[in-house]
Design a binder for this molecule. Structure first.
Ligand code: AMP
Length: 473
């Protein structure tokens, strides 16, 4: 199977710092929320030196021991964390990918989905390319290797112009870092700088600026949609490899995906998320005693809701932050075990109360139902569920893991049917208008709302094929 989906990821690149691997490792640690399936680093020490790569399944802190990081020596590094659904080829799909080819040694890490990857892969296979993994990222490496352009930058430019869809890419060559963002700017990619001794600077690139905060880098600006940035021995050069296209920043970054302490698409996430909560409170008020977030995804919007509504905000659901991938399930089935492992209700705060429960989104509805039941079981008298985005109606083809349309509860049910399914006393979503207001998207139409509208910003030539080939475990 060619796994074209499930690429929720973080990428990072460091150029010109003697501790490049350590900084990339810390950056991935800060962005662990963007993918917990696998992580990896690739490091290079300059012209003629090997690109060394280490990657594995699991969490960043478990994968890299001090000894392993010590072996990753060099001034330039890229890194990646990947979220994917289960699959036996998962290890092969861990990134960065690295190859030796006629352009030298290169490594690449990618956030997003290439929507024409199948066509490109078929063409490449017909001309003799052999693929190791099922990820669309490998296609990019083959395009670079096949290019007749002599320089890596030239080959990359040629490769990027063949790609459709979403990509924030970081490349590592022996003595340089090259990063690029698709012409629509679906996925984020921020650029930062670190001062070194002797007036020198190191340059850093990351999906989210929370990585810069941890390593002490200053956020400069974003890599622009359709822009390629080369940080090499001659300094930093920025160039546009593609003409301007309509911008389509993923609004779900602001709704759910990014950390609230990050700046994404040039906008701090915390205030946009808080505004979503404020709009919800204004449009869908309710006679209630307390506002409770579903942690962590609903916290910031719930703060906005409570403040706007003048209601007390209480953390009446407690999250266990240490839930890893492996735990021992009891042999006798415990009802709703999965959600209980992650969340528990504070009965003392909920008993007899009319509760406004705030979460970011409903996808299939199964999690929301379990949480509503948990809150009810803890004694809540009424539960009013408020969702800080519009109903999720259509799958994402640009790098967010949403299931097929048939599994999206809002695509197939009315508001009241969803309310009954999740067993809430009332249910309300943020409107598209208010979501746009929250992210400040006025006349410019800078964001992609396809998961709420089904209005995809790219020509999806093979959309039927994409839909039918989509596999879920
Ligand atoms: P459910 O409705 O049971 O499918 O679960 C929805 C919840 O999963 C939301 O409230 C989010 O907190 C979370 N969620 C939504 N989209 C994603 C995603 N693409 N990846 C991981 N978690 C998600």
């Amino acid at each position: 199977m060619f796994d074209k989906f499930h690429e929720e990821c973080a990428v990072v690149a460091i150029h010109g710092h003697p501790e490049a691997a350590n900084l990339a490792y810390l950056s991935l640690y800060a962005m662990q929320h963007r993918g917990q399936e696998s992580a990896g680093l690739a490091v290079s020490a300059g012209k003629g030196k090997d690109v060394v790569c280490h990657k594995s399944m699991g969490h960043v802190a478990d994968i890299f021991t001090p000894e392993q990081l010590g072996r990753l020596k060099g001034d330039h590094a890229i890194g990646h964390t990947r979220y994917s659904t289960a699959g036996d080829s998962a290890h092969l799909n861990a990134q960065p990918f690295s190859v030796k080819c006629n352009k030298g040694q290169i490594a690449v890490a990618h956030n997003g989905n290439i929507t024409n990857a199948t066509e490109l892969r078929n063409d490449l296979e017909r001309s003799g390319a052999i693929f190791q993994a099922t990820s669309d990222t490998e296609v990019i490496l083959h395009l670079v290797a096949h290019s007749r352009e002599r320089t890596l930058a030239g080959a990359l430019r040629e490769a990027l112009l063949q790609l459709e869809g979403a990509y924030s890419l970081v490349f590592l060559a022996e003595d340089r870092i090259i990063v690029a963002r698709d012409p629509h700017g679906f996925r984020p990619l921020a650029m930062g700088q670190m001062e070194l001794s002797g007036g020198r600077s190191a340059y850093v690139f990351a999906s989210e600026t929370c990585a810069f905060d941890l390593i002490g880098a200053v956020y400069l600006n974003d890599v622009e949609p359709g822009e390629m940035v080369i940080a090499g021995p001659d300094g930093v050069t920025r160039e546009r490899f593609s003409p301007q296209r309509n911008r389509a920043h993923c609004v779900f970054e602001h709704v759910y995906f990014a950390r609230p302490d990050s700046i994404v698409f040039g906008q701090p996430v915390q205030p946009t998320r808080e505004k979503m909560g404020r709009f919800l409170a204004r449009r869908h008020p309710v006679d209630a005693d307390v506002v409770v977030p579903v942690p962590d995804s609903g916290v910031t919007a719930a703060i906005g809701y409570a403040d706007e509504a003048g209601l007390p905000y209480r953390q009446a659901l407690i999250r266990n932050h240490y839930v890893g991938r492996t735990f021992i399930e009891p042999s006798q089935a415990i009802r709703d075990f999965g959600v209980k492992l992650k969340l528990n209700a504070v009965r003392h705060l909920l008993e007899g109360k009319r509760v406004v429960l705030v979460d970011d989104s409903i996808v299939r509805g199964t999690t929301s139902r379990k949480i509503v039941r948990m809150v009810r079981h803890a004694g809540a008298r009424e539960i009013h569920l408020r969702i800080s985005c519009p109903p999720t109606m259509s799958p994402c083809f640009y790098g967010v893991d949403t299931p097929t349309k048939s599994e999206l509860i809002a695509a197939n049910h009315t508001l009241d049917e969803i309310r009954r399914f999740v067993e809430a006393d009332s249910l309300a979503y943020l409107s598209l208008h208010d979501l746009r207001e929250s992210v400040g998207d006025d006349e410019n139409h800078d964001y992609c709302y396809a998961c709420y509208t089904g209005d995809y910003p790219t020509d999806m030539v093979s959309i039927d094929e994409l839909l039918s080939s989509r596999k879920r475990p």
